[in-house]
Design a protein around this ligand. Structure first.
Ligand SMILES: *[C@@H]1O[C@H](CO)[C@@H](O)[C@H](O)[C@H]1NC(C)=O
Ligand SMILES: *[C@@H]1O[C@H](CO)[C@@H](O)[C@H](O)[C@H]1NC(C)=O
Ligand SMILES: *[C@@H]1O[C@H](CO)[C@@H](O)[C@H](O)[C@H]1NC(C)=O
Ligand SMILES: *[C@@H]1O[C@H](CO)[C@@H](O)[C@H](O)[C@H]1NC(C)=O
Ligand SMILES: *[C@@H]1O[C@H](CO)[C@@H](O)[C@H](O)[C@H]1NC(C)=O
Ligand SMILES: *[C@@H]1O[C@H](CO)[C@@H](O)[C@H](O)[C@H]1NC(C)=O
Length: 313
């Protein structure tokens, strides 16, 4: 009799431990749905996402913000650090859709990550920039006072970042922009927009170093990857590019005293149906600048109009 009671106690204690342990594990996932985010494709989840982000960012343990499967409407957000733990996750399993009207954007980005150390952005989900309306009103080629369209994903002042598996679809402007990012890995992502969409560069970067982009598919209406001033030690491998305008160093030399570009290698990449393959370009009558140690190697070109192009206008 006594032994049975003991057994029961043991079991209760054991189950309590399991429940507690799983609570502790769950406590590190901040699901937007628990902060009021609705997967109905029309209720703006930006407030819910910000609350989830702020909770994760304040946590002393490594935490993850989760957007589970489903379709969500997401207005412009800025997800900011510094965060209290040395790493933070952002897991996108659903589809988030941007407002299609570009005039609701007061800033130059849709989803902006900034001042963060140890960010991992991952998941099978999609950032859908809903660019179709914006491409038609983009007249920046003719009109210098044109509306600046928002970049889908901005990464500003980040250290130690991993971006993997996500999809970026139909951005209004560039899909991704890296500014002042150090030690970044981009792995197995998919960037997609129609070949005729305007200015939808896949990844643009500047003032950044030690970036690896690998195992990635980029199909857009503009450059697949464009490499701006101040990019150092960038490795691009196993990227399939096309349609689009290829991989471009530049345009460089828009301003005086630009930071130099160095240590760029593009290897084992495939270009299909692109306007250019690999390119280095400057603005016309640009001030002096330096671009050095650039390697393009083991590249397959298929139906590429200008496979290698060094263009100083
Ligand atoms: C990134 O690293 C630089 C150089 O070590 C440092 O000054 C900066 O504060 C770091 N930023 C973050 C967000 O950790
Ligand atoms: C990027 O790739 C280079 C060369 O393959 C490697 O030495 C470096 O450690 C990688 N950097 C990161 C941040 O993964
Ligand atoms: C990339 O995403 C687009 C749009 O969702 C999809 O049509 C395409 O099949 C994807 N490509 C790969 C290689 O996953
Ligand atoms: C780039 O790599 C070279 C060679 O490994 C190294 O000397 C240099 O310090 C690196 N620069 C940056 C900014 O990481
Ligand atoms: C290029 O990628 C293919 C497929 O992943 C691989 O088999 C091959 O070894 C790579 N070649 C080089 C030179 O890295
Ligand atoms: C070759 O690429 C161009 C785009 O640069 C595309 O319009 C054309 O359809 C492609 N041709 C073939 C045979 O795929």
């Amino acid at each position: 009799m006594k032994k049975k009671k003991m057994d029961l106690k043991w079991k209760q204690w054991y189950f309590m431990c399991i429940v507690l342990a799983s609570r502790v594990a769950e406590a590190h996932v901040f699901d937007v749905k628990d902060f009021g985010g609705k997967a109905d494709g029309k209720t703006d989840i930006s407030k819910a996402l910000l609350s989830a982000w702020n909770n994760a960012c304040e946590s002393l343990e490594p935490s993850t913000v989760l957007i589970p499967e489903g379709t969500y409407f997401l207005g412009p957000v800025i997800l900011q650090g510094p965060c209290k733990s040395p790493s933070i996750g952002f897991q996108l399993e659903g589809v988030v859709q941007a407002p299609s009207n570009p005039f609701v954007f007061k800033t130059d980005g849709w989803t902006v990550f900034q001042y963060i150390n140890g960010l991992t952005l991952f998941g099978k989900g999609t950032f859908d920039g809903q660019g179709q309306i914006a491409w038609n009103i983009n007249n920046c080629a003719q009109n210098p006072n044109c509306k600046m369209l928002p970049v889908s994903l901005r990464f500003n002042f980040l250290n130690n970042t991993l971006i993997r598996d996500i999809t970026s679809l139909n951005s209004k402007n560039f899909h991704m922009n890296f500014l002042a990012c150090y030690d970044m890995t981009v792995q197995h992502i998919n960037i997609s927009a129609p070949g005729e969409s305007a200015n939808t560069d896949g990844i643009h970067m500047g003032s950044s170093a030690r970036i690896n982009i690998t195992d990635t598919v980029i199909a857009t209406g503009d450059d697949c990857i464009s490499i701006g001033p101040g990019t150092r030690n960038l490795t691009v491998t196993k990227v399939v590019c096309g349609p689009g305008h290829g991989v471009s160093v530049g345009s460089l030399g828009k301003y005086k005293d630009e930071e130099e570009v160095s240590g760029i290698s593009v290897r084992n990449c495939t270009f299909i149906n692109t306007q250019n393959g690999v390119r280095i370009k400057t603005w016309a009558s640009s001030p002096a600048g330096i671009a050095s140690d650039i390697i393009f190697e083991d590249i397959i070109m298929q139906n590429v109009s200008n496979p290698v192009i060094l263009d100083q206008e």
